[in-house]
Write a protein that binds this ligand. Structure first.
Ligand code: ADP
Ligand code: ZN
Ligand code: ZN
Length: 830
């Protein structure tokens, strides 16, 4: 028989252009398949995990093709739809497919030469079943502690080590180094089942009569097992050992005897950490209000005509309950559901609400999960029928990266809090917006997309107003609770009359005292973390700056240091001014930590907690704070924008916005929209359930229109004023922005380069190009930064313009002097 010469196109997890072609060795001809992983060599020595995206017989021209080294999988790790999605992301956001692969798939699925492995400390060495090579690797790990895959290659004297490592990971012998911090231990539980012989009626009778005569304890256990398993009525033939023994006092030895006799068998199983109750008919028990019912109907109708519905419902209007109904409808049709949330802080509450209705069909995917957990979820979504015990995820809840899971059959995508900026990835590339990507993903699956929010982004609202999306509005809170009363505290006046205590106005103090007296809770929002104190010299105005970045350093009290929030550089608080030697140094500004500190003095009896990036680094930190607050173990919660987002608490009567002005005055065309969203969102946390809440906004200028819009809860007014400005000044949604950010360690090279690139681009885009300009922070980690902004009209051909931009950048970078300048492209920057 004639042997075919096959070639495979693969994607490598690297920022390299396009796909690469490798030769398939003859002995792999039958085995090689699309969407399976293979090991290839790329560059001089390095090996990588790549994914096969095409198999053909066309030899590539112009270079010596290398062979595929080995095939890793027996099953596909991704699917065609995902690949289409990756290609779209790469084209739309102007990056390489390999960069998309890099964020899209868990690290454990893309081992490479640089990957380091370590011994799994939980590994039980008494287990047998190693082959020579595996044994060699574990021995070497005993000595060296960690090894790169390149080092492993040398130890076992072969190139194809990735399959061996994959095996060792699966056996739990080794871990990827990055996993050590938060290791995942599967939860094991023993299950007791009847040995097959006893599973028919007659055998059972026989067993009964035997035990009745001689072994009462064993009989008791058998009875307990029967009642727990629902023997005869259900198919559940396994009972947890712990549950069984809880029913029978002192039953341990009797149970062991029965296992010995071969009546029962015991088996350890990995159990899901999730509560194991399955979907119930709870959803059907939700009683919707008339308004909710109406909105639900409108959403369904909207989906008849369009694939995207924007659901604008005020805070606490019961949007989540409506999502739940729609999710049920989608899974009843056998579809998968993706539920996107902007921030992990929110998953804690939503997850328990969803589990109540859908039990183990809900899976969570997020960055605080370790590699093994991520792979587990990946595999489960890929092949839901073969999910582990009780885990067949129909609904995936997650932040933006969840759009990359291997869905095959999405019916509904919910983008909750669609206005939230955390949906945009800033670094590294691809700089994608998960809401917009989800809409494209939905179109690939012919799924429906629901964008939900109390404060729509200008872009989405515009799309709804102009008919691209359907708009559904819900203006009543659930249970007829009123919207909160909003007051402003005039800081200017209070400062003049000396009624301020630290950063607290008298108005805010009075309301807080009243709330605490009544055992009600308070949320305070301050959009800067830490102390946000900057040191300044009274004599010459000198401020200590970072030596790597163009920013002033920020005071951190707990270690009495000044720190850079961009690069982490820190120094001790100086006693004298570096510039003039004066000892008159004062602190200016304040952040969450300072607010927390001051509260401790003003309300010594209150329990005060803080929620910001510094207090929520560990895996369960969010959950703990939120649980404590829900259970009223915290009186005052201080936080950054994390506290503004869709959390649902039922005892918050006062919300304080510490400083509205530093949000509003931020120099960006979106700052007005954003301030409105943040203030309206955090206000929404007040007065849930049984009474109207109060909000106090502290500001130097209570009459600013954005504050007035928040007080009147007037989204329309905010929208109308903003959409006018956007039109007048050529901003989105009328124009699309593409920003180029150039970085280099030498300011002159950067300046020359930026000017040169701008000249080249201006030949194409003329006055649509702005810059180059230094951004607000013009140097980070010793790299100087200059930005160029291109504004394209909404109806201009985006694809051809992008390829023109890319070509120009490539041409620019081909010049030797500018080769070392980094050019980062951000499409639709936020
Ligand atoms: P939103 O997401 O719009 O801010 P939520 O969905 O959190 O609002 O609803 C606010 C509160 O009202 C929640 O505690 C929720 O459980 C409750 N709620 C909403 N709709 C219903 C309903 N139909 N039946 C019972 N409780 C509801
Ligand atoms: Zn710095
Ligand atoms: Zn000085």
């Amino acid at each position: 028989m004639e042997r075919k010469t096959l070639f495979a196109d693969v994607i490598l997890p690297l920022p390299v252009q396009g796909t690469f072609t490798y030769r398939v060795p003859f002995d792999m001809n039958d085995e090689i398949q699309k969407w399976h992983r293979v090991v290839v060599q790329f560059g001089k020595k390095k090996i990588y995990t790549a994914i096969v995206v095409n198999i053909h017989e066309i030899p590539p021209k112009g270079y010596m093709v290398k062979y595929i080294l080995s095939i890793i999988d027996q099953k596909p790790v991704m699917n065609q739809i995902q690949y289409e999605f990756w290609k779209w992301i790469a084209t739309y956001y102007m990056c390489e497919p390999g960069e998309v692969m890099n964020v899209a798939i868990p690290s454990a699925l893309k081992l490479a030469s640089e990957t380091r492995i370590i011994l799994n400390p939980d590994f039980d060495r008494s287990v047998e079943g190693f082959n020579d090579k595996e044994y060699l690797i574990t021995e070497a790990l005993d000595i060296h502690k960690k090894l790169t895959l390149t080092e492993v290659e040398n130890i076992v004297e072969q190139k194809k080590v990735i399959p061996i490592i994959k095996g060792l990971i699966e056996k739990g012998v080794v871990l990827l180094e990055e996993e050590l911090q938060h290791r995942y231990k599967p939860k094991l539980e023993s299950f007791i089942s009847l040995v097959a012989d006893y599973s028919n009626e007659a055998a059972m009778q026989e067993l009964f009569s035997q035990l009745e005569k001689r072994a009462f304890k064993q009989l008791e256990i058998l009875m307990a097992w029967i009642s727990l398993s629902g023997f005869g009525t259900s198919t559940n033939r396994q009972v947890s050992r712990a549950k069984l023994l809880a029913k029978v006092e002192n039953g341990t030895s009797a149970l062991s005897a029965m296992i010995k006799k071969g009546i029962f068998q015991s088996e350890d199983q990995i159990v899901s950490r999730l509560d194991s109750h399955l979907a119930s008919d709870e959803v059907n028990k939700i009683e919707f209000t008339q308004h909710q019912e109406f909105a639900l109907q409108k959403i369904r109708e909207g989906f008849d005509d369009a694939s995207v519905v924007l659901f604008h419902g005020v805070t606490s209007s019961g949007k989540t309950e409506i999502y739940i109904k729609l999710i049920q409808e989608a899974i009843q049709q056998g579809k998968q559901v993706l539920y996107l949330l902007p921030e992990i802080a929110l998953t804690t509450q939503i997850i328990s609400r969803l589990r109540k209705f859908f039990g183990n069909q809900v899976g969570v995917y997020h960055s605080k999960y370790n590699e093994q957990e991520r792979v587990e979820i990946w595999n489960n979504v890929m092949d839901p029928e073969n999910g582990e015990l009780g885990k067949m995820f129909k609904i995936i809840l997650g932040p933006r990266s969840a759009v990359f899971l291997p869905f095959s059959n999405l019916g509904l995508i919910i983008v909750d809090e669609e206005h939230d900026h955390s949906y945009k990835q800033f670094d590294p590339s691809p700089r994608y917006h998960a809401r917009d990507a989800a809409i494209y993903l939905g179109s690939l699956h012919k799924a429906k997309i629901l964008l939900g929010t109390a404060t729509p982004s200008i872009e989405s609202y515009f799309n709804a107003k102009t008919g691209k999306y359907k708009l559904v509005e819900l203006h009543k809170r659930y249970g007829d609770i009123q919207m909160p009363e909003i007051y402003t505290a005039d800081i200017k006046k209070e400062t003049r009359y000396k009624t301020m205590k630290a950063h607290f106005s008298n108005l805010l103090m009075e309301h807080m005292e009243e709330a605490l007296d009544k055992k009600e809770q308070v949320i305070l929002f301050q959009n800067r973390r830490g102390f946000s104190l900057r040191l300044i010299c009274d004599t010459c105005n000198w401020m200590p700056e970072c030596k790597n970045c163009d920013v002033t350093l920020i005071y951190h009290k707990h270690n009495n240091q000044l720190k850079c929030h961009y690069c982490g550089y820190s120094r001790r608080v100086p006693e004298r001014c570096d510039s003039c030697g004066s000892t008159h140094l004062t602190m200016k500004g304040y952040g969450t930590e300072k607010v927390e500190d001051d509260l401790g003095i003003l309300f010594p009896k209150a329990v005060i907690k803080r929620m910001d990036m510094d207090t929520t680094r560990s895996k369960f930190a969010y959950q703990n704070i939120i649980n404590d607050f829900e259970n009223r173990r915290i009186d005052i919660l201080v936080g950054t924008q994390m506290v503004t987002k869709g959390l649902d608490f039922d005892n918050v009567s006062v919300v304080g916005i510490m400083n509205a002005d530093n949000m509003i005055s931020f120099p960006d065309f979106r700052s007005y929209e954003r301030s409105f969203q943040q203030m309206a969102q955090v206000s929404g946390r007040a007065g849930r359930k049984n009474k109207q809440g109060k909000v106090i906004i502290q500001t130097w200028n209570p009459y600013q229109s954005v504050i007035q819009d928040v007080i009147r809860n007037d989204y329309q007014s905010m929208y109308s004023s903003q959409i006018l400005e956007r039109r007048n000044f050529n901003y989105p949604p009328f124009y699309r922005l593409i920003s180029l950010s150039l970085k280099h360690k030498d300011a002159r090279t950067l300046n020359d380069g930026a000017r040169e690139l701008a000249v080249l681009l201006r030949e194409i885009f003329g006055r649509k190009l702005l810059g180059p300009e230094y951004p607000l922070v013009s140097r980070i980690k010793n790299l100087y930064i200059k930005n160029i902004l291109i504004k394209l009209e909404r109806n201009e051909n985006l694809v051809s313009n992008k390829s023109l931009i890319q070509k120009t950048i490539d041409q620019f970078r081909a010049e030797a002097i500018y080769k070392s300048i980094r050019v980062q492209v951000d499409v639709d920057p936020l």
